[in-house]
Design a protein around this ligand. Structure first.
Ligand code: F6P
Length: 506
């Protein structure tokens, strides 16, 4: 695999279905969206009126598009394998990015005798690396070190207990991943794991060897006791949910090798170049964003589903939920004015399992929920059954889309399928690190395009902070053990009742 993708390749091995588009051999077929030529033309005009092309250029050039935090969203620099300069406040960020690449590579080379890695982080510091590590485990061609990779995110100590029961302390390495290095779940879990290592008899120097951090707050990681040369920095111009391309993706490199990590970056970089250079009419992230906009405007859709027909991508919808809903789940625009539309709810899981869960509602429910079907052309195993199983997987995927689109009439109303339910098909030639990177970057760029079209800042998340603040007085009330907690500015009557119930029964 060349790390320099052939960007002149516009035809994804064979004739594309009518009206389909492709980028770096990823094919997008929107035929079942029910959008005619005239409507597409209007959508592209709308995109131009909303200054989407200017937004794309500004974002990739490092302009301060994150207005509320007055900074750029430059995650694309993290995968800029061409190393062409990316200027930020008059300085090229690429030397710092490349330096981290060198350090990751060096660490991979000296990573011996490790049985367990505990990756501690939550949200954007968890979903991306967890998804990639899980997905690539399904690719038979990728060399794997075979370490146990444990992802510790939840503050629920059950997760901690499960991991610590399995890990071998003397050959465990711990990576604490937090952009802010202040997230309570992460710092508390980190302290618990450190205590476990100490209790397991590790000496101070063994502890130092075992602990690593990835953060944009290097002083806090040092204060925590991590040695400077074990701290991998990233920067405030990388949003947490866009950070898997930084050293946050370290577990990918450690488990599958630095080359595989680079291939992951290369796929994303190729998608960025497509996003930057392709006209709107051929631009996959833009077309996907406009299809959603159309369904929202014309059909009033409130949710959409992402269904990858690949077990390897079972974590993809969870990653996508944070990407879409934390980025674009907003009620006001970039100027603080109310918006008519913002992110619909997104959910999903691997097909064909999903068919045996919520697809009944997708076919016959009262809500119209567009679907992104994601399929992979090549089977992902070398088993003798692979081809036959894969044909069934693909035929299920194609059949669901067709049934949703056309529906079926019947005398018995219970058997009527209303049809006219939109979907897109996204086809990856195969699933490897390169195409995984391309897929994630495609959705990242789609989320950014949607934000621009809705005039929403996709790069802040003020809404998640308030609940965190309120958790503090509530925790204090729980610690008190009192069942006589009264309402005050921080605790209302319902919550006070709940605390009193919990305290009286503990
Ligand atoms: O859930 C809110 C959030 O701020 C996310 O945006 C972020 O990915 C997550 O918390 C973790 O934050 P950090 O990496 O700073 O620990």
């Amino acid at each position: 695999m060349s790390l320099k993708p052939d960007l002149n390749t516009t035809n994804a091995q064979g004739k594309l279905p009518n009206g389909a588009h492709d980028a770096v051999n990823v094919v997008l077929d929107t035929a079942y969206q029910g959008i005619d030529q005239k409507a597409w033309a209007k959508l592209f005009t709308q995109a131009r009126k909303s200054h989407l092309p200017e937004f794309i250029a500004d974002m990739l050039a490092g302009k301060h598009i994150n207005l509320s935090e007055d900074r750029p969203a430059l995650h694309s620099a993290l995968r800029n394998l061409s190393r062409s300069p990316v200027m930020l406040n008059g300085q090229d960020v690429m030397p710092a990015v490349s330096n981290v690449w060198h350090r990751i590579e060096a660490l991979c080379n000296k990573w011996v005798g490790v049985t367990d890695v505990i990756h501690i982080g939550i949200g954007g510091s968890d979903f991306g690396p967890r998804l990639a590590v899980e997905a690539l485990a399904y690719v038979p061609e990728i060399e794997c070190r075979g370490m146990r990779m444990h992802f510790l995110a939840n503050i629920d100590s059950a997760e901690l207990a499960r991991i610590l029961d399995r890990a071998l302390p003397h050959s465990t390495r711990v990576i604490i991943v937090s952009k802010s290095f202040t997230t309570l779940e992460t710092t508390m879990n980190a302290k618990a794991v450190v205590a476990w290592l100490k209790a397991s008899g590790l000496t101070n120097s063994q502890m130092n060897k075992a602990l690593f951090a990835v953060t944009a707050n290097v002083p806090a990681a040092k204060d925590f006791g991590i040695e400077e040369d074990h701290i991998f920095p990233f920067w405030d111009w990388v949003g947490g949910r866009y950070s898997v391309w930084s050293a946050v993706g370290l577990p990918i490199a450690l488990q599958y090798g630095f080359k595989t990590f680079q291939e992951f970056l290369a796929g994303a970089h190729a998608m960025d170049l497509h996003f930057k250079n392709a006209p709107l009419e051929d631009n996959l992230p833009v077309i996907m964003a406009l299809a959603l906009l159309y369904q929202q405007d014309k059909r009033g859709i409130k949710a959409y589903a992402a269904v990858p027909y690949a077990d390897a991508l079972d974590w993809f919808p969870k990653w996508l939920q944070q990407l879409d809903m934390e980025s674009n789940g907003k009620s006001v625009d970039r100027n603080g004015k109310p918006v008519k539309f913002s992110s619909p709810v997104v959910f999903g899981s691997a097909g064909s399992n999903a068919q045996h869960s919520y697809f009944q509602l997708l076919h016959q429910g009262t809500e119209i929920i567009p679907i992104d079907f994601i399929a992979i052309r090549k089977p992902m195993s070398n088993r003798p059954e692979a081809a036959a199983h894969h044909r069934i997987l693909l035929s299920n995927c194609l059949a669901q889309a067709q049934a949703l689109a056309h529906g079926k009439s019947a005398d018995n109303p219970n058997h009527v399928y209303p049809g006219n339910r939109p979907s897109s098909l996204l086809l990856l030639p195969e699933l490897n690190a390169f195409y995984l990177g391309a897929l994630l970057a495609l959705y990242e760029n789609r989320a950014a395009s949607l934000g621009a079209l809705w005039n929403i800042n996709s790069f802040d998340q003020p809404g998640v902070e308030y609940g965190k603040v309120l958790a503090k007085p509530i925790e204090k009330a729980l610690v008190s053990g009192s069942d006589q907690i009264r309402t005050d500015d921080d605790i209302d009557a319902i919550t006070a009742n709940r605390i009193n119930f919990l305290n009286s029964n503990s």
